[in-house]
Design a protein around this ligand. Structure first.
Ligand SMILES: [Mn+2]
Length: 381
């Protein structure tokens, strides 16, 4: 049997809401992953992209990953592909190259790569293609076709990718690949990019997204509540593939609350009770809805009530007059399609869709990054 630890989207260096504690939370998650990987006695470790939050990590982020690799201390072979966050923007090298004597980076520059390793007498073929954006879909498909034609000759096949697959993004249309475009000759297709945990079958094998290792965005809260955050341990034995969740204990809780302005104190009392006794001080997302809301007053009340029971809170005030429900028929709504119809131009629609995904949850830093990246592309063209 060959045992693999599969993780992705660690976003090391990310500092949610510019809070020092959140930057440290991400390092803590990486530390715990390292500890738990050691407990599992894995042969191979694969990271499927967005290891770092940026192609130019801070020294602290580098140090956190250095500590992770030192922990493994050559006990497992480490492979990685680059994600959209940590691949270099134009010319230049990925931050991973600093560690290239301890890990292999696969499929950089739009060229899929594979290599064979021997684990306890078994041949394992590890293939990978680093992230290519939707704009390079033809190249992506061409490379995947080459991988699909690989002869495994009895070796266990593992494929590493960092892309969005349509089946798991039904409303947004922001995918790079369709499920049936994934090569079917690999026993395990290790994915990165989507931050929720997903498992599916493809061909004879299994495909899985381990999700992000911490809660990177507010949209991940429900997924975290349902299936936790962490990584996968994958056991490969002949045609049998077993994928098991390993959840982290250090995740900082995030709570969403909706309060009415008229009954703010009562609602807050209940919220505070709910927050009491959590392992780490939670991050709280509060929506206050009502008429003629005194925003400053609300902020003061929240600050007073949540001091000591929350790390920080993100307030949002919704005036009752602003609450308008759009008339949409059930099942007919696809944000990607609406945006596409409005803008006509595919590239502009792509930009708008990405901005929408971030801005609807208040991720203005992320939106800025997307806008900068788009601008750089336009400038280069
Ligand atoms: Mn990504």
């Amino acid at each position: 049997m060959v045992r693999i630890a599969h993780f992705a989207d660690t976003h090391v260096g990310y500092k949610q809401y510019n809070l020092d504690e959140r930057e440290k939370d991400i390092y803590d998650a990486l530390d715990e992953i390292g500890d738990k990987i050691l407990e599992e006695h894995v042969d191979i470790v694969v990271h499927c992209g967005d290891l770092f939050d940026s192609p130019r990590p801070t020294p602290q982020a580098y140090r956190a990953f250095k500590r992770f690799l030192a922990k493994l201390d050559g006990k497992a072979k480490v492979f990685a592909v680059l994600g959209d966050h940590d691949r270099p923007k134009s010319r230049g090298v990925a931050p991973h190259v600093l560690f290239e004597d301890q890990m292999q980076i696969l499929g950089v520059g739009g060229c899929a790569e594979h290599q064979q390793v021997k684990i306890g007498g078994r041949d394992v073929l590890i293939a990978g293609l680093s992230n290519l954006s939707r704009a390079y879909r033809p190249l992506l498909l061409e490379e995947l076709k080459k991988l699909a034609g690989l002869q495994l000759n009895g070796a266990l096949g593992v494929l590493l990718l960092h892309e969005g697959v349509d089946k798991f993004l039904p409303y947004e249309g922001a995918f790079e690949l369709c499920l049936d475009e994934i090569p079917r000759n690999f026993g395990y297709v290790a994915m990165g990019h989507l931050h929720q945990r997903i498992k599916a079958s493809v061909g004879e094998g299994e495909l899985a997204y381990p999700g992000s290792s911490e809660i990177i965005s507010r949209t991940e809260i429900s997924g975290w509540q349902k299936s936790g955050k962490g990584f996968y341990v994958v056991d490969l034995e002949g045609d049998d593939v077993e994928v098991r969740d390993v959840n982290l204990e250090c995740i900082r809780p995030q709570v969403e609350a909706k309060l009415t302005y008229a009954h703010l104190e009562i609602g807050l009392g209940e919220l505070v009770k709910k927050l009491d006794g959590m392992t780490k001080l939670p991050l709280v997302h509060v929506v206050v809805e009502g008429k003629g809301v005194d925003r400053q007053g609300v902020h003061k009340t929240l600050t007073r009530a949540l001091a000591g029971v929350a790390l920080s809170f993100r307030p949002e005030v919704v005036e009752e007059s602003e609450v308008r429900l759009p008339e949409l028929r059930a099942g007919s709504f696809n944000v990607g399609q609406v945006i596409q119809d409005y803008f006509k131009d595919e590239k502009v629609a792509g930009l708008a869709l990405e901005l929408w995904r971030h801005l609807r949850v208040g991720e203005s830093d992320e939106a800025e990054r997307v806008a900068d990246e788009y601008f750089e592309k336009v400038k280069a063209a």
